[in-house]
Design a protein around this ligand. Sequence first.
Ligand SMILES: Cc1ncc(C[n+]2csc(CCOP(=O)(O)OP(=O)(O)O)c2C)c(N)n1
Length: 634
Amino acid sequence: MEYKYLNTIYYPADLKTLPQEALPIVCDEVRDFIIQQLSQNPGHLGSSLGTVELTVALHYVFDTPNDQLVWDVGHQAYAHKILTGRRERFHTNRQFKGIAPFPTPAESEYDAFIAGHASNSISAALGADIGYRALEDKRRRVVAIIGDGAMTGGLAFEGLNNTSMNKNNLLIVLNDNNMAIDPIKGGITQYLVDITTSRRYNNWRWWIYRTARKLHLINDDNKGRVQRFTNNLKALLTKQGNNIFQGLNLRYFGPADGHDVLSLVRIFNEIKDYEGPKVLHIITKKGKGYEPAENDQTTWHAPGEFNVATGERRNGIGKKQEPLWQEVFGTTLLGLAKEDERVVGVTPAMPSGCSMNIMQRELPNRVYDVGIAEGHAVTFSAGMAKAGLIPYCNIYSSFLQRAYDNIIHDVALPKLHVIFCIDRAGIVGNDGATHHGLLDLAYLRPIPNMVIGAPMTGEDLQQMMALAKDYEGPIAIRYPRGRSQSYVMQYPTLHYPQPVVGKAVCLREGSKVAVLSIGAIGNTVKCAIELLGNKADQIAHYDMRWLKPLDETLLREISDKFDQIITIEDGVINGGLGSAVLEWTNDHGYHPQITRMGVNDQFVEHGSTQELYQLLCLDQESIADTLLKCLEKK
Ligand SMILES: Cc1ncc(C[n+]2csc(CCOP(=O)(O)OP(=O)(O)O)c2C)c(N)n1
């Protein structure tokens, strides 16, 4: 595309050479560029369209990368990438070996922190600000940019609290579009809607502050008192009490129009060198500048490919396909909830992502969207279980990491009946390292009282969810992103009983090597075995179904019969199924040769799931190769 200004901008230094009057045009061009690019190479559209003016103004005013921009959830940072040396490679965004989906310091010095999981920006930015001050590098400014959705996370509040306790110059930009992925409800959101401010007040306050400084009436000791005084002045002028930020002794500016780039430039120029912590509250619109995205913000958070002119999405909609795993979860949960009034759903801000919105539509009072608050979601579920409800708490595998101690302390130790439905387990694809769900099997296994299951098919998921309802105690069911497979039923020798906790299933008898898989990767194993032709008879395949408790009876049979065992899992091999089988055989005096297949000790990059499984040697062909090699062993 021919753009008057954008084609000449490679880095913020180029942007800074332009006159201010050019900035609105630059914003239009960046916005158009994002829309055109994402129509062909899918990504997070709505949030990034909402931050175009903010990003242009930040890079125009601040001295990046010396000054640090800390983005919270980097899905809003596409304009930032485009203006910081990655415009010409932006068509590779999220692709295998292309530029990373989220800000990544290893990729660019302009990316201050990893930003895939919400609500970390204030803490990280505060630490950096204090660090630079401590190291006498006071010229560096640090800005945290956080959305109102991310602001519902407890970590953000911990950061705010600490910001008010420390000497720092942090600037927090609160990007308020009144949306997360789904509409946000809750006290904080309503509160932000209610905040108003007067320009007159801010001018007054600045004047008082400067005059008082000159007259030496303000020093570091009494600054807090002066701030409280000016806050009270605001209360008088605006007929409103202190807002939460002011209550925390943070200077509050706004709300400002987050789509008026010139006024953002003016405000940043004015406040960037104010001493002390400060919050600029801006109002933006998710999907700004592209009508379909403005009108249906949830769908257009990450719409897939689309036709720019018509707004038609090309997501295979209308094609008959296997249901998504999340849809199996959503419909099953609704069915269970209709049968049993104790069943409730809990989600930390992902009702559409995990398909709990299926139940939300029919039984809205039985679904609790608690905000981006995984730890709270878990402890809240514990409380519900204590009272006798049966909470199905659905959290993506990688986000559940945020709630580790809540699982241990609040659910497992008191042995409460919380059912964890762990979506996006395994490789998730283009969202990359921050979002892969590769650790859950390993991090849940050591927790006492925890039961861990992984269905191989959609039917298995349904059965496990139903079984979990009547199981007393914590139980986790993990399943992947994407479409569920149902072809396990094609096994000729299949004897497939109703699931029982801790009972594995023999999918195929074999004479020489036993393959033990867990979860949906068992489907790939099945195809790999079929690739072996007449050698397939030598391979036995077991779907372990439960990582904990392990099916010890079956393990004994397998260990008695085979001296070669292969374990395969869609997660790290440190601590998962392979480790469990190794430990069990060792502890019970068996010494088979065990080949553990899974993800080695590494963070996995981004790319399509197919590319990544190949990279990890967990695709059909690689698994078939490993099987062949094992068969060739004496
Ligand atoms: C810890 C964590 N939980 C959930 C998510 C999934 N997630 C990604 S973006 C998002 C909404 C963020 O809302 P907001 O901060 O307001 O940004 P917006 O998308 O509105 O620009 C959610 C819930 C996440 N990235 N991290």
